[in-house]
Structures are given as structure tokens and as C-alpha cells.
Design a protein. Sequence first.
Length: 321
Amino acid sequence: MTDNKITNLDDWKKLQNDYIVRATAANGTVRAFAAYTKKMVSEAKETHHTSPVATAALGRLLTAGAMMGVMLKGDGDLLTMTIKGDGPLAGETVTANANGEVKGFVYNPDVWIPLKRAGKLDVGGAVGRGTLTVIRDQGMREPYSSQVELQTGEIADDLTYYFVTSEQVPSSVGLGVLVDTDQTVRQAGGFIIQLMPGVEDETIDKLEANLKNVNSVTDMLEKGMTPEEILESLIGNLGMEILDTLPTSFKCNCSRERVSKVLLSLGEKELQEMIDEGKPAELKCHFCEKTYTFSVEEMKTILQAAKVTRLSRHNIIDIDS
């Protein structure tokens, strides 16, 4: 994997940039991740013009995706998480890679629902009941895919359930996004604590006691706690060792070439109909909202390439037919 570690952490922190900390404890039987993601979530909010509750929902899944992405091993590995619910948000999708780059979108960014009694954003109500699907594409013939039922729609609870059910890794997931009264992102971050094979009962007891003292991720961030300090509060008494610190960011890798494949996926018949209309085609990337315009001549070229590919598969040389 590309060496993407932060070499001057003090300067990075002064800029209040987003980053992820990886750590271990209890002789390697506990592994932990913590992230500060305010800039990432802010950029996603500005890109998709999300309402406060949609910002919170997307920010939580982006933060989790960033931490789960760095669990991957290879530069080409990808993690995709999709939540589909019957709430007004409808769902959201996040994709992350092993270098801390993550992107995502919600299906309905303009969701407004009443707050909870405590004045908190009702992410669970916005998501509703449904499923969480996690796909890991690690260059194998078939990507690993697993789906679980949503437990609360609050995302952290659902991911905790996913890790135990689908990966058989007992975990505790904490995610938080605090949206200010002006709808800007005030705080964002999270943690994932996981128990590895061989963990002792005494370690589990200590960890559970530590977790009971946690009110919320946003409360810790509001107190000025860094990801390192969050992990110290959770596993510091278990012999914590920080392994590395990596930058994380909202980044879309769409390109004209990638988007042109969407036109190809429409099929030759539909593409020919678009050409016959004589109008340019506009396609928008769901992840970053960038619009790509393809002229009629460009669509003809794409169609011809599709025909060449199809005919070559059947060992036919006459590409003008």
C-alpha cells in the first residue's frame, strides 16, 4: 500500500485537517481506529446541499467508511457501503479506499424531520428500516459482499451489528456529526474498537467499563479531544500503542472516461436513440455532482467502440457492419 502516513502531525493538526489514527492494545488482541472528519463532512455537505439530518447521516457513514477503508490492504482495494431504508432519506452510498479517500451521497439530500426529544437530529428516523450492504472489492474474482438488517438506522449501531454478524468480530462503533445552528458542520468524527482472537476476559471487562464512560463522540470532540485522546480514554489502560496516523479526505475519482462507460452500459439500442435525437447527453456523477457533456459525435464514437468490442468477442472482423 502507498506510504500515506503523516510525517509532521503538529503542522497537520494546526491546519485542523482530517486524519485517522490506528492503534493496538492488550498485546494485539484489541485494535482501534479513531478519526477526525470535520472537513470531509463539510465538503460533502457543500457538494450535495444536504439538510442537517442528511448531513449527519452522510457524515456518519463517510467517517465509518474512511476508517473501514484503511483496514484494506491493497492500493486497488475498495470498500462500498450502501444503506437502503424506508425513511424519507431513502438511503445513502459511500465508497472508500485503503489510502483514506472516501466519497458518498444520500438519495434524498433535502430531508427535514422533527428533532428528537433531546434536541438531537433524528438520523434513525430519516433512515428508517431497511438493510446495510457492505462490499469489499480486493481484486478477487468476486468481491466479498454481506448484507444485514438495520437495527436502529443510527448507523453506528448498525455497523456494530454488521461486524459481529458478518465478520464475527466483536466491535464497538461510535460516530458523531454535530451540525451548528447555521447548518455548518461543527464537529465530526468517530471510533471503531475491535476484539481480536485471544482477547482475555479481563481486557473485555476493562473495555466495557471504559465505553460506559463515553457519552457521545461529538461531546468528546466539543471538549477538544483529538483522535489520539479519544483512543486514550477508551483503551489507554490496556497498553495502547499507536501504529500510525493517516490523512483522510472527501475525494471523487470520477473522470470523463469512467463516465463514458455509463453510456456504454445503456446498450447499443438506447445509445443509438440518443444519437438520433441529435442532442448532447449530460451525465452527472452522483458522488461529486460534476456534470459531463458528450456531443453527438462523441456518442457515435462510443457506439462504434461498443460494436467493435461486441463483434470481436464473436471473432467477426467486419467492423463496418
